[in-house]
Design a protein around this ligand. Structure first.
Ligand code: G1P
Ligand code: ZN
Length: 543
């Protein structure tokens, strides 16, 4: 087995976004593209010699080929060991757990998360650091920098490793350990949640539907929900992971998980419905006839986490991304614990969790998780809801209504405008940024602007500063508009418009969110001039 150094030159645009490097699959399959990026990862972390890594992905098209390339490159770069999920499969939270459990020097995750997969769809590569979390900006910047000065990459000449067989084999001097992707993760869940109470709930007739969307959580959900907890076989639908996700768009929201939504809103719906995304870190929670917004889910979990055995001592603190609604802030205030507001992207929670300052974190984009790993975790959120319902009693609808009655309701919605011309979208936001100062004190749609800025964040643990993280307009009555461009897309620009309005109750807690938010929506369009700037009035996706 010979090691080659293949001559290469920098490829433009290898800059990790909100969550790793994402491109169209054919781009990743292009000459030297994957190899340059992987070499840049090794170079940016001071080389791979003597180190150990976890490698796995969500099973999308090219996952298997990319894993073989990474193994040969890790061996050529002198790595001591790579732990890889059987079939090169690992959900993102399971990969995070494995990095922590085995104390590796990090991991490489192959996924474009909730983006569709296939020969003409999306692929992605992400580096996670030894704490199990997505690389912070300092590391992703170093990786990008390394891609701009690369001259060669090291790769070993060797046949493919058979990744279907569990056990350890040698690749040159490197050990490749193929592990069951599900077992360690499922064991971790048993330490956090009261499986006995959930089994008793099921015995009482509680029913559920979990839509794995032909993505990576299928095997995890089958093992945990059906084999270990005892839900009937068939509770998990779209359970076999497929390279193109069976043509599904594996993003668990009401638009893309429409089959689940239809079942949950129809006659004879199960008690609980849930879905997860391509790589298993997102979740959507739906009760019978009741959709739970991710921001509300985070707040309900914060208020009830003490019902789960892993969280009985009470939460040390909570954190949410800036665009996420302030529902969880109200719970934190009542519990007397800290609530941090971070930029968009899970990587900003890592330091807070490592320092023990935030134990529960969440984003409006269907991401919830705790410090059991350093990624958001779809099945964890589902099990948390099951545990809360099993111990606390009542239905999802009851729980939500009681929560709003106690804390008031933060009506919330996100409107996405996809496939915009990048320059037009950027110009619109910079024009609005330029007018922020003038907007203060103005009345729009009967609401007064009391704060307007571009969100900057100073990490309270290491003091690092992140600027330009989203425009926010705050109104006197607790309403808020946030606008930013997506950092995970692979073509054009996506404008995310986040809308929020607080109603203290007891009246007006059961409105339709789009109706309750109508004046805020009108204000956003009037202030930013969306239709004039990007030629679009109606969003593509509403969550
Ligand atoms: C989106 C979400 C963000 C999430 C990220 C990765 O990023 O908005 O909350 O962390 O996906 O799942 P965006 O496309 O908005 O940059
Ligand atoms: Zn994901």
């Amino acid at each position: 087995m010979t090691v080659h150094t293949v001559k290469t030159s920098p490829i433009d645009g290898q800059k990790p976004g909100t969550s790793g490097l994402r491109k169209k699959t054919p781009v990743f399959m292009g000459a030297h593209y994957l190899e340059n990026f992987v070499q840049a990862i090794f170079d940016a972390i001071g080389g791979a010699a003597g180190k150990s890594f976890v490698v796995g992905g969500d099973g999308r098209y090219f996952n298997d080929r990319a894993a073989q390339v990474i193994l040969r490159m890790a061996a050529a770069n002198g790595a001591a060991k790579v732990i890889v999920g059987q079939g090169a499969i690992l959900s993102t939270p399971a990969a995070s757990h494995l990095i922590r459990l085995r104390g590796t020097d990090g991991g490489i995750i192959l996924s474009a998360s909730h983006n569709p997969g296939g020969p003409d769809e999306d692929f992605g590569v992400k580096f996670n650091t030894p704490n199990g979390g997505p690389a912070p900006e300092s590391v992703t910047a170093a990786i990008h920098e390394a891609t701009t000065r690369i001259t060669g990459y090291r790769i070993m000449d060797a046949p493919d490793i058979d990744l279907s067989v569990l056990g350890t084999v040698a690749l040159g001097d490197m050990a490749v350990e193929v592990v069951d992707p599900v077992a360690d993760y499922a064991d971790l869940m048993e330490t956090l949640f009261d499986f006995g109470a959930i089994r008793a709930l099921i015995a009482d007739g509680f029913t559920m539907r979990f839509d794995a969307m032909c993505a990576v959580t299928g095997p995890y959900a089958c093992e945990i929900l059906e084999n270990r907890l005892g839900f009937p076989v068939g509770t998990v639908t779209h359970r076999d992971p497929l390279p193109d996700f069976g043509g599904m768009h594996p993003d668990p929201n009401p638009t893309w998980a429409h089959e689940l939504m239809a079942e949950m809103m129809g006659e004879g719906a199960p008690d609980l419905g849930a879905a997860s995304d391509g790589d298993g870190d997102r979740n959507m929670i739906v009760g019978r006839g009741t959709y739970v917004s991710p921001s509300d889910s985070l707040a309900v979990i914060a208020a009830n986490a003490h019902l789960a055995k892993g969280y009985m001592g009470g939460l040390s603190g909570v954190a949410r991304s800036m665009p996420t609604s302030a529902a969880v802030d109200r719970v934190a205030a009542k519990l007397g614990i800290d609530c941090f507001e971070t930029p968009t992207g899970w990587k900003f929670f890592g330091n807070l969790m490592d320092a023990g300052r935030a134990q529960l974190c969440g984003e409006e984009s269907f991401g919830t998780g705790s410090d059991h790993v350093r990624e958001k975790d779809g099945l964890w959120a589902v099990l948390m809801w099951l545990n809360i319902l099993a111990v606390g009693g009542g239905s999802v609808a009851d729980l939500l209504a009681a929560h709003w009655k106690e804390f008031g309701r933060n009506y919330y919605s996100r409107h996405d405008f996809e496939g915009l011309e990048t320059a037009a979208a950027e110009d619109m936001l910079s024009a609005l940024r330029g007018r922020m100062g003038d907007l203060l004190g103005q009345d729009v749609q009967g609401m007064t602007v009391i704060a307007a800025d571009d969100f900057n964040y100073t990490d309270p643990v290491d003091g690092s500063v992140s600027t330009g993280q989203g425009l926010r307009l705050v109104f006197g009555d607790g309403a808020r508009i946030v606008m930013r461009l997506s950092g995970t897309g692979t073509s054009g620009a996506t404008l995310r418009l986040y809308l929020e309005r607080y109603v203290p109750g007891p009246e007006g807690l059961a409105e339709d969110p789009q109706e309750a938010l109508a004046p805020v929506i009108r204000a956003a369009h009037a202030l930013a001039g969306i239709a004039a700037a990007v030629g679009r009035e109606t969003p593509d996706v509403i969550t």
